[in-house]
Design a binder for this molecule. Structure first.
Ligand code: IPM
Ligand code: MG
Length: 359
C-alpha cells in the first residue's frame, strides 16, 4: 500500500471547476490502476473567494495548501473582478499564494504535439523539434519590489522597483541547471544585462555557478533577442531561465508557438518536493460553464505533479501517453479542432483519456 498523498484542490473561477473535475477523474483512475491513495481537500481561491469570503486568498485555503503534499489549481480571475481595488483582485491572491508557499520557481514546458502542428500560427518547418522549458523566477523582481506613487513636476508619478539578491538568483539558476541536466544539457539564461543592474548581478551569478555544471552548455541571451529567436529558431532552445517579468512574457510567447494554450501545464516549486500545478491557460470566462474547455492542460498538470512532487514516474508517463493516443486518434475539443461540429465536450475528452489509460 503506498502512502497517502494529500492534494489541495483549488478549482477557482471560470472554466477552472470544469477542467479540474476531469483532472480529478484522472487522479481516481490512477488510484485504481496503481493502488495510490490521494486525500483531497477543496478550497476557495480567486474571484469566488472574493465573493464568498471577502478575500482572494482566505487563510483556511492557505493553511490547507501548507498542509498538503501538492496543490492542483484550475484558474482564477474574470471580468467581474477586473475593476476591483488591488486587495480584492484574484491576481493579488495568486501573487500571495506564490510568496506564502515559497514557490520561487515556475516551470512551463512548451512542446509541439506533432498532430497539432497545424494549429500553430508559426510555419510547421520552423516548429519542427520544438521542445523547451521556461524556468521563471516567481517570487522576486519587479512583481514584488517596492511600489509607490509620488508627486512629480509633471503630475503624479508611479514607481515599481526591480530588485534581486544573490540568493534569489542562485537558487533558481541552480534548479535550471539541474533541469537542463535531465534534458539536452543546454541552458539559455535570459536577461537585459546591457541595461539593467539587476540583470548584471543575474549574469554574474549565473557565470559563477556555471563551472559546477561543466556538462551543460550555457548561453546568455538578451531578452529582446530571445523574444525574436523564439520565433525564428524555437527548436534551438532547451531550458530557458529568467527573472519574473521576462519569464511571464516569454512563457506566453513560447506557449503560443505550440498552437494551443489549452494543452500546456505548469509547475511552481520551492525548495522541497512540494509544488503547485496548474494549466498555463486562464479562466476563459467567455466559455465558462458550457463544457467547451480543453481539460488536457490540467490533466497534464497532474502528470507533472506525479513526476516532480511524488516520484510517480510511471503513472505520469501513462497519463502523457493516454493524452497523446487520444489526440493521435483524432479526438479534439473546440480550441484545437478544425471541424467545430465534431468538437468534444470537456467531460468527453476527460473520459477518453481515462479510457486510454486502461489499455
Ligand atoms: C501568469 C499570470 C500572472 C503573472 C498574473 C495573472 C498575475 O500572467 O501566471 O503568468 O503575471 O504571473
Ligand atoms: Mg502570464
Amino acid at each position: 500500500m503506498s502512502e497517502v498523498k494529500k492534494i489541495a484542490v483549488i478549482a477557482g473561477d471560470g472554466i477552472g471547476p470544469e477542467v479540474v473535475a476531469e483532472a480529478e477523474k484522472v487522479l481516481k483512475k490512477t488510484e485504481e490502476l496503481f493502488g495510490y491513495k490521494f486525500e483531497k481537500e477543496h478550497g476557495l481561491f480567486g474571484g469566488i473567494a472574493i465573493d464568498e469570503k471577502g478575500t482572494p486568498l482566505p487563510q483556511d485555503t492557505l493553511e490547507m495548501c501548507k498542509n498538503s503534499d501538492a496543490v492542483l489549481l484550475g484558474a482564477v480571475g474574470g471580468p467581474k473582478w477586473d475593476n476591483n481595488s488591488k486587495e480584492l483582485r484574484p491576481e493579488t491572491g495568486l501573487l500571495g499564494i506564490r510568496k506564502e508557499l515559497g514557490l520561487f520557481s515556475n516551470i512551463r514546458p512548451a512542446f509541439v504535439f506533432d498532430c497539432l502542428k497545424e494549429a500553430s500560427t508559426i510555419k510547421p518547418e520552423v516548429l519542427d523539434g520544438t521542445d523547451l522549458v521556461v524556468v521563471r523566477e516567481l517570487t522576486g523582481g519587479i512583481y514584488f519590489g517596492e511600489k509607490f506613487r509620488r508627486e512629480s513636476e509633471f503630475g503624479e508619478e508611479a514607481v515599481d522597483t526591480c530588485a534581486y539578491n544573490v540568493m534569489e538568483v542562485e537558487r533558481i539558476v541552480k534548479q535550471a541547471f539541474e533541469i537542463a541536466r535531465t534534458r539536452s544539457k543546454k541552458l539559455a539564461s535570459v536577461d537585459k544585462a546591457n541595461v539593467l543592474e539587476s540583470s548584471r548581478l543575474w549574469r554574474e551569478t549565473v557565470n559563477r555557478i556555471a563551472p559546477d555544471y561543466p556538462d551543460v552548455e550555457l548561453e546568455h541571451v538578451l531578452v529582446d533577442n530571445c523574444a525574436m529567436q523564439l520565433l525564428r529558431r524555437p527548436s534551438s532552445f532547451d531550458v530557458i531561465v529568467t527573472e519574473n517579468m521576462f519569464g511571464d512574457i516569454l512563457s506566453d510567447e513560447a506557449a503560443m508557438l505550440t498552437g494551443s494554450i489549452g494543452m500546456l501545464s505548469s509547475a511552481s516549486l520551492g525548495e522541497g518536493s512540494f509544488g503547485l500545478y496548474e494549466p498555463v491557460h486562464g479562466s476563459a470566462p467567455d466559455i465558462a460553464g458550457q463544457g467547451k474547455a480543453n481539460p488536457i492542460a490540467t490533466i497534464l498538470s497532474v502528470a507533472l505533479m506525479f513526476k516532480l512532487s511524488f516520484g510517480y514516474q510511471e503513472a505520469g508517463d501513462l497519463i502523457e501517453k493516454a493524452v497523446k493516443d487520444v489526440l493521435d486518434a483524432g479526438h479534439r475539443t473546440g480550441d484545437i479542432s478544425t471541424d467545430p461540429s465534431k468538437a468534444l465536450s470537456t467531460a468527453e475528452m476527460g473520459d477518453l483519456i481515462i479510457a486510454a489509460m486502461e489499455k
